[in-house]
Design a protein around this ligand. Sequence first.
Ligand SMILES: Cc1cc2nc3c(=O)[nH]c(=O)nc-3n(C[C@H](O)[C@H](O)[C@H](O)COP(=O)(O)O)c2cc1C
Length: 368
Amino acid sequence: MTDARTLFSKALVLAPMTKGSNLPYRRLCRELGADVTVGEMALARHVAQKKRAELALLRTHPTDHPFGAQLADRHDATLDVAAKVAAERGADFVDLNCGCPIDEFTRKGLGAALLQHPAKFARLVATLRKAVSLPITVKLRLGWNDDTKNFLELARLAVDAGADAITLHGRTREQRYSKAADWDAIAALKASVDVPVIGNGDLLTWWEIDERWTKSGVDAVMISRGALIKPWIFQEAKEKRTIHKTGAERLAILRRYVELAREHFGTDDHATVRIRMFLVWHLAFFCRYRHLPDATYRQDAWSHPLLQTRLPDPPPITDGLEGLLARVDKAAHEHVAAIALGEVAEDAPHPPLPESTREAVVEAEAKG
Ligand SMILES: Cc1cc2nc3c(=O)[nH]c(=O)nc-3n(C[C@H](O)[C@H](O)[C@H](O)COP(=O)(O)O)c2cc1C
């Protein structure tokens, strides 16, 4: 068993993401430089009931370590059972979700709802501590809203209850993604606890990672949307350079994802339906990739994070593989998925552009 200090020392962590941090994608990110991964949020109650779909979220692979299983719950008994199941199934640490902002979950007292109930939160951390000998982490937000930013209090309670590391996403529940993540708050947390701190929010380029990491002094950084847009962000961070990948190179990454997904889901028709569903889902992020040369963007990114700023949209590219991969419409995503699955030739005619994109192209061409 690896302790939390070793796990999170200078680590690049792939964030827990429902749908996004599926096992094949975690393995892909690891091949591209991620040091630690966290799985999709699993509902502890369903894990304790041994529901197949929930147990599947805890699956790992010999190449996918260190791996953290993320659990959401508000009841001690089911959390206790679920943590033990996660440990039996190979998790290297167990994370408590205290950040999920979605009404469906917060109404049931899960995720970010725990931010409003410090005593219950502390009890749940203590339950995890007793349940397993693995490191325990909690993933916090700043608080529920601007008036109740209680992350320092919650972090202290978590450490007292036995948490081994704290992740902080630098936003409140009410902010969702509307404001930039507050890295000063993340630095304040690092200064106030003596367990490893993992900073999270708005990291899209190697220089944002480098500057925010150095300035805040955190032990590790966690990347979510940036890793969905360009999974090689981990390699960029390690090598401290921007790596522009051509359309052909990006397609090769998608093909590698298909290989890993086939190992996980299988190769029959049922598996192919699932892999296609995941591919199309991933393409909604993957298509947002833009080459961001340091010279043009680095200064701006420091005053305002690039993930937060709506980047000026380049004129729509309509030709070639680059054009196809930049398209945001579902027909294009299904076409790219079919290419990655080997069902359609790379040079097959692209599906027609939707009306809205055609109008944008005409407008851009008119402007020269
Ligand atoms: C598609 C998606 C799914 C997410 N699912 C989870 C989740 O299951 N558990 C969790 O703690 N956070 C989840 N998050 C939040 C991220 O882990 C992360 O805290 C947030 O996106 C901020 O990081 P970023 O600015 O790098 O995207 C999700 C985010 C995205 C984009």
